[in-house]
Design a protein around this ligand. Structure first.
Ligand code: ASP
Ligand code: MG
Length: 407
């Protein structure tokens, strides 16, 4: 009998009516002859509301209590889902992360799953039940409840699917699939029938915030097919899997963008060994993650060094960098917080001639200035002014003919 894991996000279980609607879909999947495991998120904005509530009590909540508090959101939705299934005469049982055997490390609020013991889930499935598992939570070696980081229910679902060697993991959300670009920016964006893990990872990390990137990584490691679809309709959605066909390679599949980009330039950096380490080690130690780094060729023993980071990290990073710049006798440091980035994404495009040129030419025709360029095996990214990102996405979508259906 096929085994599927279905995950329903917060908007899909936002109220009693939605929970009943989802229960019908789950019962239908069971009646169609599948074993079904369901992972649920907290109802609607419950997690945000719980965080607000804790803030009204204290501005420094204990991480342990906070995780236990947040885990209650998923406890509510899993029990109600189980009751809704009982109401449809469908045998079901809800299990907390701990009861489902999800063991994590001890880092509260961003725990990682270490292992899953699927014994109990298997046993309940064997008894003919639908098993509902609370997303986003697990238990650590001290028997304390942990949470996996915001959006972590996706990771619960994919990890469970892998541990159970399920046939497919289905992520039901409020979008109908993965699009060639964000449809709010490029209305002509088209839903993709399928996408490779690595392409999805780029799309997910670069702003198409449909899935928790860690869940896509996990799916890729275990080769678990993941289908993303809407719980509000019955369209087939997008399948994330290992795309093996040669034809699917070397093609631009989508345009990703990100509005959260700032940059810092250190001007007149003495050009000698060890300088880059001197600059970036303190940033790393402060937990500031740096993205694109560009150092221009040194002229007369001085170079300029530019890097990008998230806008929220800019003030903290700037303070640190100003101190460092003084220490190493750099001439100046300047920052810009009105940036964004736009990428063309597709497996193997770095090796396909002409894409970079077409991208730059397209931006040039739109009179969009490129501030920085980076490439990887599967994407080419340009940093541009924040207020031109939307124009860039639309122009590139047209230039690479992404509105044309693939067959
Ligand atoms: N309820 C958690 C959150 O809102 C986990 C999730 O939805 O995946 O972040
Ligand atoms: Mg949520």
């Amino acid at each position: 009998m096929p085994l599927i894991v279905q995950k329903y996000g917060g908007s899909s279980v936002a109220d009693a009516g939605r929970i009943r609607h989802v229960a019908q879909r789950v019962a239908a999947a069971k009646s169609a002859g599948n074993q079904v495991v369901v992972v649920v998120s907290a109802m609607g904005d419950t997690t945000d509301d719980l965080i607000d509530l804790a803030k009204q009590i204290t501005d420094q909540p204990s991480p342990r209590e906070m995780d236990l508090l947040l885990s209650t959101g998923e406890t509510i939705s899993m029990t109600l889902m189980s009751m809704a299934l009982h109401g449809l005469d469908c045998d079901a049982i809800s299990l907390s992360g701990a009861q489902a055997g999800i063991r994590t490390d001890t880092l509260f609020s961003r725990a990682r799953i270490l292992s899953i013991d699927p014994t109990r889930v298997r046993q309940e499935l064997g008894d003919g039940k639908v098993v509902i598992v609370a997303g986003f939570q697990g238990i650590n070696e001290d028997q304390d409840v942990t949470t996996l980081g915001r959006g972590g229910s996706d990771t619960t679902a994919v990890a469970l699917a892998c541990a159970l060697t399920a046939d497919e993991c289905q992520i039901f959300t409020d979008v109908t699939g993965i699009y060639t670009a964000d449809p709010r920016v490029a209305p002509e964006a088209r839903k993709l029938k399928d996408i490779s893990y690595e392409e999805m990872l780029e799309m997910a990390t670069l702003g198409a915030r449909v899935m928790h990137p860690r869940s896509v990584e996990l799916g890729s490691v275990y080769g678990m097919p993941i289908r993303v679809a809407s719980s509000f309709g019955s369209e087939p959605g997008t399948l994330i899997h290992e795309v093996s066909s040669m034809e699917a390679r070397n093609k631009v599949r989508g345009i990703a963008h990100d509005l959260d980009v700032a940059k810092i330039t250190i001007v007149g950096v003495p050009d000698r060994p060890g300088i880059a380490a001197t600059i970036f080690a303190p940033l790393a130690a402060a937990g500031l993650s740096v993205d694109t780094i560009v150092q221009n060729a040194g002229r007369e023993k001085f170079a300029d060094l530019t890097f990008t980071l998230s806008k929220t990290d800019l003030p903290r990073a700037m303070k640190l960098v100003q101190g460092i710049a003084k220490d190493i006798n750099a001439r100046d440091c300047i920052s810009d917080s009105d940036l964004g980035k736009v990428s063309i994404v597709g497996t193997g495009i770095q090796n396909a001639p002409g894409y970079a040129a077409r991208m730059f030419e397209t931006l040039f025709k739109e009179r969009i200035n490129i501030e920085m360029i980076t490439t990887s095996e599967i994407r080419i990214t340009c940093v541009v002014a924040e207020n031109r990102v939307a124009d860039a996405v639309r122009a590139l979508h047209r230039a690479f003919e992404l509105e044309q259906p693939e067959d």
